[in-house]
Design a protein around this ligand. Structure first.
Ligand code: XMP
Ligand code: MG
Length: 180
């Protein structure tokens, strides 16, 4: 698969170490709270599984699926819920886990949506952030790594549903997504 990779931006060792630190921080911050962790399908799943094993308290876990870029690398700003939660968020302290924040549209919408549905608090934990690309301001409470404006794959992130299983985060060669 090396032929599709331009550059490795974050290694597996770095992510595992950061997930430990974030897990410890979250455990401290939510010690007396009713923490519900919501993973955004499908990109967040791999990072989330690393993160939650480093959270040393009782939590509940749920998932939401939202419309994504699909095959295109450009965000439209439209967010649609494809798979909704199994459980109610009323009174819960919600931590949304995402793979990456780009324009911020997705997390801006979801934060609002979950607050309207009665969550007690809504915070965000993301593996990656591309701050240069932000269109709407979203507070990132727990951040893995800031990365430059490159399309990346691995650790859950895909291009056309591929490469989620790469054990590192890497920038794709431009020729891969220009092939269509
Ligand atoms: P917004 O723009 O709403 O986007 O903050 C968040 C969603 O966009 C996807 N995204 C990417 N997916 N490599 C990917 O595989 C990338 O470099 C990338 N940038 C944004 C991602 O699905 C995220 O949930
Ligand atoms: Mg995606």
């Amino acid at each position: 698969m090396e032929d599709i990779i331009k550059e490795v931006l974050v290694t597996e060792e770095e992510i595992i170490k950061r997930a430990k630190e974030l897990g410890a921080e979250i455990t401290r911050d939510y010690r007396d709270k009713d923490l519900m962790i919501i993973g955004i399908l499908k990109g967040a799943v791999i990072f989330m599984s690393e993160l939650v094993r480093n959270i040393d308290m009782s939590v509940t876990i749920d998932f939401m699926g939202v419309s994504s870029y699909g095959k295109s690398a450009i965000s439209t700003g439209e967010v649609k819920i494809i798979k909704d939660l199994d459980f109610s968020v009323i009174g819960k302290d919600v931590l949304i886990v995402e793979d990456i924040i780009d324009t911020g549209y997705t997390l801006n919408y979801l934060t609002d949506n979950l607050k309207k549905r009665g969550a007690n608090s809504v915070k965000i934990c993301t593996l990656l952030d591309k701050p240069e690309r932000r269109k709407v301001d979203v507070p990132v409470n727990y951040l893995g790594f800031e990365i430059p404006d490159e399309f990346v794959v691995g650790w859950g992130l895909d291009y056309a549903e591929q490469y989620r299983n790469l054990p590192f985060v890497a920038a794709l060669k431009e020729e891969v997504y220009n092939r269509g």
